[in-house]
Unconditional design. Structure first.
Length: 120
């Protein structure tokens, strides 16, 4: 799950970065506010990459997704991008957990084979 979720979050960092550049030109919001909010979101995404396997990280990721969708108030294109990334986040969590279960089953089977002495 870690790899898929981290990939989604890093993708979001780039989207937020580019959206901030666009928002500076297309909105009347001050540059300080745009970069303050964008910087906080980007920092949150990067920090969450490092703690994705910890308890409570997935709900924090969902909060980031809702925040990304909410940025559509300033830049309407972000509604669509936010929904797309929320879908990617769901896929990353859902399929990442399935992959983790499969890896654990394979690891368990390998340990059992080594215990019994059957060559792989």
């Amino acid at each position: 799950m870690r790899t898929l979720c981290a990939s989604t979050l890093i993708g979001e960092v780039f989207v937020v970065l580019f959206a901030a550049c666009v928002a500076m030109k297309m909105t009347d919001v001050s540059t300080a506010v745009i970069w303050g909010v964008s910087g906080a979101v980007m920092l949150g995404c990067v920090l969450l990459c490092g703690m994705i396997t910890r308890r409570g990280a997935v709900p924090i990721g969902w909060a980031l997704q809702l925040g990304l969708i909410a940025t559509g108030l300033l830049l309407p294109t972000m509604y669509a991008l936010g929904v797309i990334f929320a879908g990617l986040w769901w896929c990353s969590v859902h399929y990442g957990r399935k992959i983790d279960v499969i890896k654990e089953e394979r690891s368990k089977a390998e340990r059992e084979r080594q215990t019994v002495g059957v060559p792989a």
